[in-house]
Design a binder for this molecule. Sequence first.
Ligand code: HEM
Length: 514
Amino acid sequence: MTFIQFASMLGMVTILFVLCKVLYSWWIMPKLMFRKLKANGFEGPKPNFPLGNINDMKKELMMKRTCFTSSSSSINEISHDIHSLAFPYFATWQKLHGKVFTYWLGTEPFVYIADPEFIKKMSAGVMGKTWGKPTVFKRDRKAMFGKGLVMVEGDEWVRHRHIITPAFTTANVKGMANLMVDSATHMLDRWARLIDSGNAEIDVESEIIDTAGEIIAKTSFGISYEECEKVFKKLRNMQVTLFKSTRYVGVPYGNQIMCLKETLKAHNLGKEIDSLLISIIEERKRKSVDRTEHDLLSLLLAGNGRMLSTREMVDECKTFFFGGHETTALALAWTLLLLAQHPEWQNQLREEIKQVMGDDGEIDVTKLVGLRKMGWVMNEVLRLYSPAPNVQRQAREDIKVDDLVIPNGTNMWIDVVSMHHDKTLWGEDVNEFKPERFKDDIHGGCKHKMGFMPFGFGGRMCIGRNLTMMEYKIVLSLILTRFSFSISPNYKHCPSIMLSLRPTLGLPLILQSL
Ligand code: HEM
């Protein structure tokens, strides 16, 4: 056999091997998993190769989108019954298959869950470190989270969580209050100038997202406004690039083929962001740690954060940014919508702020805990418009729930919006804005303790809860002290999912200085 013959045979064998591998992981493996789930008692809509149920999902979304973006919403027409708007496909499948079923993203099977009792049973005995995260999402969101806390698993998750947790204690996050007041005041001064110049209609969603981004960038990396703007703009740009395009998550090479331009742009932005962050972190590591600085990076470096490599720190800083700014901003934006619809609650909160903080409008961070009604309002908003509309997990062992078995490796998709709008859990008034339901009960009167989970559950619950709570109370207090607001006639009520639950066409409000 000549060398050329040998080389071409080797080439053929390699191609055959790759083809077999592709066939196995894209076709045979999913088929086996499908059979396994079926044999274990799970039913669901029929998938097609290679898109799974993605086309059905897109069709349902398109249908809903055209009806609800075509008309404006008068204040009385705004309905909080949003599950079938946010997840029309899941609402349809629930009617056919109940609150637990399987569906497919490309060649990846998912178990859909909207039943808190099922979640309780499946998580009994599973520790934080034994939960995995769906591989498809880890791959898809690599540029945003890398191997940050949201995505790491097993002993690595334990190590990261152990190192990062101290930075988020109440005492530490209190040190970030001034950064928050500065950025929020900057935004509100701009609003006041707009109102003075005759522009009383402001899209508060985009305003608050920008400000929350600035706050999280400062609280995470503690950099100057100019430096912060550079990193922040690139981070936002990457997120928009990734999530404005139609997604083909789970379809083998779906995003690379169908959204090549966006994928490349996000990849390049990711590289630029990484090198900016690496230089900030290296610079900080060289300097001795300044104990008067209160940003997360300083806290990590002053504590046991030196145990994280620079690469790991970069991923954690990006994780704080992506996990922390939009969620908090949307909680605030939806709050403004609900308060605009319920001016009596604006007044109640203004009264409470005066009683707790005094007449001068100065924020005293030690008194925030006294804003109890504001806490109820926050919970009620997180219930009706949960910024994190779902929680995802992957089984790392077979999990038994009564007579069903969730096989090792199964992806799970928990529908938080559905549980938060479920009449059987909350009663007939489930879609009404009633903050008082949280007055004497942290579960808001929900019949099941796991029916309210805006921050997830178990050991992997959100690490940023204290930070969010403080930012929410500071920014909302400052807004309510300076402005009253009502819904603009140009507002269209169309909540949709773009990673988080957002008002699709912005949130224009009419503001008045007080
Ligand atoms: C309203 C605001 C927020 C909401 C609704 C929210 C929601 C969530 C949810 C649902 C999870 C998944 C929990 C699970 O898998 O059980 C999570 C995890 C996480 N969140 Fe938040 N979050 C918010 C704010 C923040 C902030 C401000 C930060 C940081 C600056 C943050 C950082 C994280 C991190 C690092 C994780 C991963 C925790 C782990 O897996 O150990 N979040 N969040």
